[in-house]
Design a protein around this ligand. Structure first.
Ligand code: COA
Length: 257
């Protein structure tokens, strides 16, 4: 009974994945399900992933990775067996797609070729994007880090997205920024989502400037001459433990992961 239930569920999933290709790929109009199953690389990669993911879920050794790596050789699409992908997922064309281990993809999501759902460095834990339902990600877009792309959003081709994307918005460019939210151009003081004000740095700058004024007054009162450059405010370097000691020169590694 359990076996029949699993079979029925798998068949329904495959039907939904093939229907996704038929409805979302203009080149698939009028093409039969059998032809899509036989010749669409995005569909091949997805079906291989569903098997690899199921085996990974029951703790099967080696086989999930072998399936993922074979699928990558054949389709050019690399999906980590642990990545969670909802129903109705469609990858158009496919070549060059990378979906990382901790990526989460909702229902009815579409990806074009060259999309990366990757990490920003060598961090462990949740380090890949979460993509909610009905999102479209254009060709060549790079989504990096444990960000969330809100449901119904579109990511423009070749965008580089490193911040959360609000639902029902369009994000383009590098760095990716919203150009439409709920169908309207973002306006007002919050329109620039990338260059947000930094109140802490502003407060420190104000204090530094007041200290410089006080120092100048004190020097004038004591009859001391000489120009003192105003205190400068720098961004604090990111530190990381190296060999048990904090190494301030060791910033986040920009390599993908
Ligand atoms: C982003 C996209 C999904 C369109 O979404 P949309 O919500 O309909 O957005 P619009 O077309 O109204 O464009 C909104 C703004 O973003 C700009 N824009 C659209 N796509 C862009 C991109 N990839 N890069 C930079 N700017 C882009 C538009 O010029 C427009 O600018 P404006 O505000 O100055 O008028 C679409 O342009 C896109 O990139 N699709 C990917 C398709 C793809 O990869 N195809 C490959 C097929 S092989």
């Amino acid at each position: 009974m359990l076996g029949f239930g699993l079979l029925a569920r798998t068949a329904a999933e495959i039907r939904r994945d093939v229907a996704a290709a038929q409805t979302r790929d203009p080149a698939a109009r009028g093409v039969t399900a059998a032809e899509i199953l036989a010749t669409w690389p995005g569909v091949h990669a997805l079906l291989a992933h569903r098997v690899a993911h199921a085996l990974h879920g029951i703790g099967a050794p080696l086989l999930p990775r072998v399936i993922a790596s074979t699928s990558r050789s054949v389709t050019g699409i690399e999906i980590h067996p642990a990545a969670r992908i909802g129903g109705g997922f469609f990858i158009d064309h496919g070549m060059g797609v990378v979906i990382g281990e901790t990526a989460r993809i909702g229902r009815d999501v579409t990806l074009y070729q060259g999309v990366t759902l990757g990490g920003t460095g060598f961090a462990t834990g949740k380090r890949h994007p979460t993509v909610q339902d009905n999102v479209t990600i254009g060709s060549g877009a790079k989504l990096l880090g444990p960000i969330t792309v809100g449901h119904g959003s579109k990511i423009g081709a070749n965008s580089v997205v490193i911040h959360d994307v609000p639902p029902n918005s369009t994000v383009v460019g590098n760095p990716g920024h919203p150009v439409r939210v709920e169908g309207r151009r973002p306006e007002g003081p919050d329109a620039d989502w990338i260059h947000l004000p930094d109140p802490v740095a502003d407060a420190i700058k104000a204090l530094a400037s007041r200290i410089a004024t006080l120092e100048a007054k004190l020097e004038a009162k004591n009859g001391e001459e000489g120009e003192r450059p105003p205190a400068d405010v720098h961004r604090l370097p990111v530190t990381r433990e190296v060999g048990g000691r904090a190494n301030p020169a060791y910033g986040p590694n920009p390599a993908g992961g």
